[in-house]
Design a protein around this ligand. Sequence first.
Ligand code: E4P
Length: 218
Amino acid sequence: MKFFIDTANLSDIAEAQALGVLDGVTTNPSLMAKEGITGEANILAHYQNICDLVKGDVSAEVISTDFDGMVKEGEALAALHPQIVVKLPMIAAGVKACKYFSNKGIRTNVTLVFSAGQALLAAKAGATYVSPFLGRLDDISTDGLNLIAEIRLIYDNYGFETQILAASIRHTMHVIDCAKLGSDVMTGPLSSITGLLKHPLTDIGLAKFLEDYKKGNH
Ligand code: E4P
């Protein structure tokens, strides 16, 4: 299972990278705005900084909602760095642009996916990644994990190579449940990765080992 971090915060990205388990980064316009990154030039420069920090894929989202705009933006983003994956919204123009990029060998991440039907369309259009939004479904009392299971079943039935990128992950249990369901990738905040480290018995056990070591060395 690949671990992506869902942020535009460079220090969070660096911390996850330093842990040695980071496979990539996802961003979106809201995450960019949260870091105060605005304006096309600054956003492109920020993507470049993120690519310099990590070794894996970096999803960069288009803002256009029409096919021509998406193609123009996506081509510019893809040309920026080989690690860039063009992130496209799940709307008709996004599906069409996904097919266009797939034919050209440019990698894509189809985002804002909330149903199995949308995930099927993304796979048919040759998406590299599909991003079902787990947490946002849970937020409206709908079982986000069930969507991951449905997409896994459908993709396995037909051997679709599109990777399931479980997005809108909120906590460590989402990560574990997605791993059980065979999600290819998860993307979440730094806390959803570092939270996996924690267990009180590990801390208690380590303290006892160190205490006993000291005793034995007196
Ligand atoms: C996906 O790539 C999105 O950036 C993200 O996971 C959305 O998560 P949120 O629901 O926490 O905003």
